[in-house]
Design a protein around this ligand. Structure first.
Ligand code: HEC
Ligand code: HEC
Length: 299
């Protein structure tokens, strides 16, 4: 009797041990499922931030490209997949795409190489936010530290190339100007950035500094990223440009190569100088010739 009791006890205690093990197993599976779902979501966020956000908002309005809020209602998943793979190929055969190209010209969306999983993650993100009527907020587009007064000047030096960019990229003013900066006003390959922080909200501009996904810029900056410090200082400089020029004109992104006054003056000056120099030589030469002719005529 006693022995049986003991056995019963042991059995029941065994069951007691087995049940929690089962429970823990179930819990682990549930956590795994949820965390992989959460990871998918996080991936979509990260991908969108680093690959699409320079040009697209979800719910924040058009940028270089259309706001993608509700795009999954406007188009089928197949359309989005095909368009994203090769926008230019779509343009030639799809009237909707052709219309989009016309509207957003001259910006052209570059081909995006995404795995099917990556594209699904991005589409899910767009669907989710659109359904909830929420705007995409980039998690990483934050300054690494608060701005201090010296940052504006440090940022200007980075912009003009007085301080070299750590990763060795060309200075911003070889392609961009900001009012009141540099004698010649900067290059004109890229748009003037005086109003950059008016055109772009803070996180949008910070994200462009971190991941400029524009065709011209990403050829340089993908492999020569700005450091966190440089992002803070350049942002401070561009924010200051907005504060000191609150009415600066917001320029279309692909600014036409308008002639800057500085370059105009320089061009004029050089041409005038060249004329004066040529004239000096010419006069001497003609004098020489005339003197010769006069002498010969007298003979
Ligand atoms: C350099 C800017 C740029 C980048 C980067 C970019 N796009 Fe675009 N996107 C555009 C422009 C501009 C258009 C409008 C069509 C055109 O002119 O090419 C567009 C159109 C689209 C459309 C069609 C929108 C509609 O209303 O039908 C989708 C979808 C899209 N982009 C998805 C993406 C995704 C996803 C990414 C990131 C993986 C991305 N784009 C990255 C510029 C960009
Ligand atoms: C080689 C030339 C080049 C250099 C160097 C360059 N950019 Fe750009 N940037 C461009 C061009 C061109 C565009 C327009 C989009 C495109 O086609 O790439 C642009 C676009 C931008 C925009 C978006 C402007 C808008 O109105 O949409 C910002 C902001 C910007 N650049 C900031 C910078 C900063 C800050 C630096 C220096 C760290 C820099 N760029 C260096 C060529 C350049």
């Amino acid at each position: 009797m006693k022995i049986i009791d003991e056995q019963n006890d042991r059995n029941s205690s065994n069951e007691f041990v087995r049940q929690p093990v089962l429970g823990v197993l179930c819990l682990a599976i549930v956590i795994l499922c949820f965390s992989s779902a959460a990871m998918g979501q996080a991936d979509g966020q990260k991908l969108f931030e680093s690959r699409c956000y320079s040009c697209h908002n979800i719910g924040g309005g058009d940028k270089q490209g259309p706001d993608l809020k509700g795009v999954t209602d406007r188009r089928t998943t197949e359309w989005i997949a095909e368009f994203t793979r090769s926008p230019a190929a779509m343009r030639s055969k799809d009237p909707v795409a052709a219309e989009l190209f016309k509207k957003f010209a001259p910006t052209i969306m570059p081909d995006q190489s995404l795995t099917p999983d990556e594209l699904t993650a991005i589409i899910d993100l767009i669907k989710n936010l659109s359904a909830k009527n929420e705007m995409f907020v980039p998690a990483g587009a934050k300054l690494a530290r608060a701005i201090v007064p010296g940052d504006i000047e440090a940022g200007e030096k980075l912009f003009t190339g007085q301080t070299k960019l750590a990763a060795g990229a060309a200075s911003c003013n070889s392609c961009h100007g900001v009012s009141g900066t540099g004698v010649l006003g900067g290059g004109t390959l890229g748009p003037d950035l005086t109003a950059a922080n008016i055109k772009y909200r803070d996180p949008e501009l910070i994200s462009i500094l971190q991941n400029p996904n524009f065709p011209t810029m990403n050829t340089i900056f993908t492999n020569h990223k700005l450091t966190d410090e440089e992002v803070v200082q350049l942002f401070a400089f561009l924010q200051n440009a907005k504060l000191t020029h609150p009415n600066a004109a917001v320029v279309p992104t692909q600014a036409a190569a308008t002639t800057q006054p500085g370059f105009l003056i320089l061009g004029f000056g050089t041409a005038t100088l060249a004329l004066i120099v040529m004239n000096l030589f010419w006069r001497r030469r003609s004098h020489g010739v005339r003197r010769d002719m006069v002498r010969r005529a007298k003979i």
